[in-house]
Design a protein around this ligand. Structure first.
Ligand SMILES: C[S@@+](CC[C@H](N)C(=O)[O-])C[C@H]1O[C@@H](n2cnc3c(N)ncnc32)[C@H](O)[C@@H]1O
Length: 228
């Protein structure tokens, strides 16, 4: 694990308690809806097997459980505190929660029908390696579905950048008592790749049929693709 990954890991271990509240505030309550869309786009068969990486407090894995009651669902993360929070949620007992670093998954080749993740890529030190791992653990025909932030453009970029500079550290200080963690969130959001750049890497590692739909004035995006 690089020092950047260790910093991210310790930050998520610190903000666990306030994570769901701040996430819901920042997305004006839309996060839950996006998790449902991610689950739906995973397009799992009745007894399919789904891996949600960077599951955090488990919102995507739990949305997948509600949509696919008979599926085999795994939620993995490298923050033990986030996993502990996920394990406490209603419905959590029907999901396998495991520690995993997205750069090096412990699963065998071609073991999942779908891989999902929310807000993973902008936090990792090696985006291509992480996507290659997902390609490796997917069965042929399996789907990957990605929820990410997307850097705003034009006038919106100026407005949001100014707004986030004030609002995020303030929310961090008031709710998480951790101004630094939420300052990082602003920098990682505004500085992350565009969906087209992410799509290029997804295609380079082998995914096909890569498409996306932007959300919330283009600040968030859901992307999907398939292993041939
Ligand atoms: C912003 S949270 C997102 C949680 C959840 N997916 C959601 O949509 O609410 C990002 C999560 O990614 C995890 N994460 C970041 N880098 C990771 C890595 N290299 N391996 C595994 N998990 C990672 C963090 O621990 C954190 O729980």
């Amino acid at each position: 694990m690089t020092s950047q990954d260790s910093r991210v890991q310790s930050m998520f271990n610190r903000v666990t308690r306030s994570y769901d509240r701040i996430n819901s505030l920042m997305t004006m309550g839309r996060h839950a809806q996006w998790c449902r869309e991610v689950a739906q786009r995973a397009d799992l068969a009745l007894n399919g097997k789904l891996l949600d990486i960077a599951t955090g407090t488990g919102e995507i894995a739990l949305a997948a459980r509600r949509r696919y009651p008979n599926a085999d669902i795994y939620g993995v993360d490298f923050s033990e505190n986030m996993l502990a929070e996920a394990r406490e949620k209603p419905g959590a007992e029907s999901i396998e929660w495991e520690f995993a670093d997205a750069h090096q998954l412990q699963f065998e080749d071609e073991s999942f029908d779908a891989v999902t993740h929310g807000y993973l890529l902008r936090n990792v030190s090696d985006v291509e390696r992480v996507l290659r791992e997902q390609f490796r653990v997917l069965k042929p025909g399996g789907r990957v579905v990605v929820l990410e932030t997307s850097p705003p453009r034009g006038v919106l970029k100026l407005v949001l950048s100014a707004g986030m500079s004030v609002v995020l550290p303030l929310l961090g200080q008031l709710i998480a008592k951790d101004r630094q963690a939420y300052t990082y969130l602003k920098t990682s959001t505004l500085g992350f790749m565009s969906p087209a750049e992410v799509a290029e890497i997804m295609e380079r590692v082998g995914f096909c049929g890569v498409e996306w739909s932007t959300k919330y004035f283009g600040t968030n995006v859901i992307m999907w693709g398939r292993k041939p």
